[in-house]
Design a protein around this ligand. Sequence first.
Ligand code: 6PG
Length: 472
Amino acid sequence: RTADIGVVGLGTMGSNLALNIAQKGFTVAVHNRTIAKSFALRDDNPGIGDNVVPADSLEDFVASLKTPRLVLFMVPAGKIVDDEMATIAPLLSAGDVMIDAGNADFNDTIRRSKAVEETGLQFVGMGVSGGELGARHGPSIMVGGAEATYGLLSPILTRIAAQYEGEPCVAWLGPDGAGHFVKTIHNGIEYADMQMIAEIYGIMRDGIGLEPKAMAAIFEDWNTRGLSSYLIEITAVTLAETDPETGKPMVDVIVDEAGQKGTGRWAVIEAQKLGVGATTIEAAVSARGVSSRRSERADAGALYAGIATQAGGFAGDAAGLAELEEALETAKIIAYAQGYATMAAASQEFSWNLPLAEIARIWRAGCIIRSRFLDDIARAYDSGETVVNLLQATDFVARVSAGQGALRRIVARAMLAGIPVPALSAALAYLDDYRRPRGTTNLTQAQRDLFGAHTFHRLDKDGVFHHQWPAV
Ligand code: 6PG
């Protein structure tokens, strides 16, 4: 029997993606280092398993594929991808396609594309979002590679992707690293979104004194309006959960140390390289870093126990909660604007011509940051107006103007109370910096010119100038 596609790597994501493909009526060959896993995938999934073709060897796996062969790798990012590809490549023929569907660093994807394409094979770097359930029932898929190669994959991808009102959440976004770059920014935004929600939770807990169950009800309510999203939905679910062992709220027994696998950090690094301030993402990545130094924080807490803060500014009544909601919504717009600005800059830098509206559309379902709000972003890019930055799009100017007061008051109060809000405050600072026609880097330029003759431009005439500063 010949298979439409092969999946290498049967971890949770790989297995679920293979089952998703099989369920949609395609025949999928599977390969895993532990061969038994391939057979288990077929045997443990009655019905769907009929479309799963396990193989005894790598040779059999390759032989079972229709040509041109489509081989999808779902293995941990890094060297393992190179190793797996190097093992299989010699068994493939010109025109066959290797697809890296893991969370790859897009710089690796560009390198791999070049290396693979020199051998006559084709390469696709594909971001897949939606976690385990997304992979199984419909992820959001961000594809980078040659457009013609995408044509070979699209019959399968459009069927396995999440559907938003009948539109599949998959798109070809550009050559080589474009798909993985967009996935990286998706994750950066995911980090910022999660951090800002956690900061609001911190205000509810330490500023208002709410219990997790009460917070759950609030987030559930927020999920019916502008903030409606998967992340707000799961926030309500997690806050409502009780630990079966202690009877306490589940969140109260979980250690406050967040892990990370690196994609958020990649997003910040790439934004920095492109000269874009993705400060909300940076704040989120840093906050995870600080969180992981738990015993150090305990010691610092003791050292600063005596400092005075001004608690008591937050209110848990309807007006107080509405203000929190508005602040979060406003900061969220700014965080997404930073993520989109990073993609716009990359698009220029790498001549990708990234379809920014399409990216918002394929993020509306399936992925972790899926939300109603992404439809608004798609509309802004589709409206016909030139969108230099989402913060300049007509709809968002109105929304940010209306909401910035709430964000300002929440951030100010949190700062006075000593409740950390690194991402919310980064959002506000970015807005204030971005909307200020006359900044302060004129002073920076003067300093640079003084100590290093770095030169400067003048407001009143064209050219490059150096001033004879007094000797210091
Ligand atoms: C997704 C997720 C997924 C993963 C991230 C974040 O889009 O489905 O982003 O890819 O959860 O890698 O993981 P960390 O928080 O561990 O970095």
